[in-house]
Design a protein around this ligand. Structure first.
Ligand SMILES: Cc1cc2nc3c(=O)[nH]c(=O)nc-3n(C[C@H](O)[C@H](O)[C@H](O)COP(=O)(O)O)c2cc1C
Length: 345
């Protein structure tokens, strides 16, 4: 079974759903001392199988397959649906004019998505937004697969430990992408990565992985100093040669560094952190549909923006420390992180 001790660098490249975590990125991280992760949240079983086979042909290192734990959701009233569509059409761009309300099913069937996992048996299976259904963790363990789950509070961390998962990803408020909180109605304590890591390390016995704003070898050491056994880094890999980040998105991460990041639910219906752009500013306080219906609703607009090379209407998920992202091969980034990490020891 996977153990963090086997890593040359105690680092998980974060799963990033939406085409960023290519087999080439995942394999390069796993070949250079870390864990490479796939963000399979919205992927079909066929795509999951193909990506795992492809990565496993490129590496025998540790691979993590990550999924969202979706909660049952219903469409709100016709009036709210009409307001949500109108808010997007009012953006006034071509890509928003023909959007339509999504039909059921509103999210993929997790048990079907997991079928290729039981066959390919990656080293790690991980979940975001909550605990997987009963029996999933035991099945993973029976097949020698370790399980990790994101937490944004000590309460969530304790629930993860009670469910017999193997590690907790401590996701701080600095983190790019969706906040992994289990219950959207509960108050968000918004703890920083280092504060949450320290609290989880104090209250839980299973390993803690610090995530959020970690960009350098010195940052990795800071996470370990608070009691983490490893770190999870997403934004740091966005501009690697092997990642699937669209060129216009990369350009903003590397060259629009005066922009703040913001937490918005306007793209998906759930809070997620990314670079502020015209979409996040204009959609503030507008009606949105619940997660992930809003995500499906805005999908064609975001794809249109990618095709137009227009980053003002894409979800530019990135953590608060995005200005430290490096544009280079994954191999070189892993080597630089390792050098920085060892220099701090
Ligand atoms: C573009 C992007 C997509 C993400 N998608 C996922 C995902 O699919 N599953 C997940 O567990 N976390 C996802 N995250 C969050 C990461 O797991 C992690 O918490 C975050 O990247 C850490 O902060 P950092 O981006 O500052 O390194 C995503 C993050 C980014 C930047």
């Amino acid at each position: 079974m996977f153990n963090f001790i086997q890593l040359a660098l105690p680092l998980i490249q974060a799963p990033m759903a939406g085409g960023i975590t290519t087999p080439q990125l995942v394999a390069a991280v796993a070949n250079h001392g870390g864990v490479g992760s796939f963000g399979f949240a919205y992927s079909t079983p066929e795509k999951i199988h193909a990506d795992l086979v492809s990565a496993q042909s490129l590496t025998s290192g540790p691979i993590n397959a990550n999924f969202f734990v979706f909660s049952p959701v219903h469409l709100p009233s016709n009036q709210i649906q009409a307001n949500a569509i109108e808010a997007l059409r009012s953006l006034g761009v071509d890509g928003a004019q023909s959007l339509t309300i999504p039909a059921e099913p509103f999210y993929p069937n997790l048990m079907e998505q997991l079928e290729p996992i039981w066959k390919a048996r990656p080293a790690i299976l991980s979940f975001h937004f909550g605990l997987p259904p009963d029996g999933v963790i035991a099945k993973a363990h029976a097949l020698g697969i370790a399980v990790g789950i994101s937490a944004t509070s000590v309460m969530e961390g304790l629930a993860i430990e009670s469910a017999h998962a193997d590690f907790i990803v401590a996701q701080g408020i600095e983190a790019g992408g969706h906040r992994g909180q289990f219950d959207l109605l509960a108050e968000d304590e918004a703890l920083s990565t280092l504060a949450l890591t320290a609290q989880l390390a104090k209250h839980c016995r299973i390993p803690i992985v610090a995530a959020g704003g970690i960009m350098t070898g010195a940052h990795i050491q800071n996470g370990l100093a608070k009691g983490a056994q490893a770190v999870q880094m997403g934004t740091a890999f966005l501009c690697c040669d092997e990642s699937g980040t669209p060129p216009s998105y990369r350009h903003y991460v590397l060259h629009k560094q005066d922009r703040p990041t913001t937490l918005t639910n306007a793209f998906s219906g759930r809070p997620a952190r990314g670079l502020e752009n015209t979409f996040t500013r204009t959609m503030q306080n507008q009606t949105t549909l619940p997660f992930p219906i809003q995500n499906t609703l805005t999908g064609p607009l975001r794809q249109w923006a990618v095709a137009q090379n227009d980053a003002e209407y894409q979800s530019l998920w990135a953590g608060t420390a995005y200005a430290q992202a490096r544009s280079m091969s994954t191999k070189d980034l892993m080597q630089q992180l390792r050098n920085e990490f060892e220099a701090e020891q």
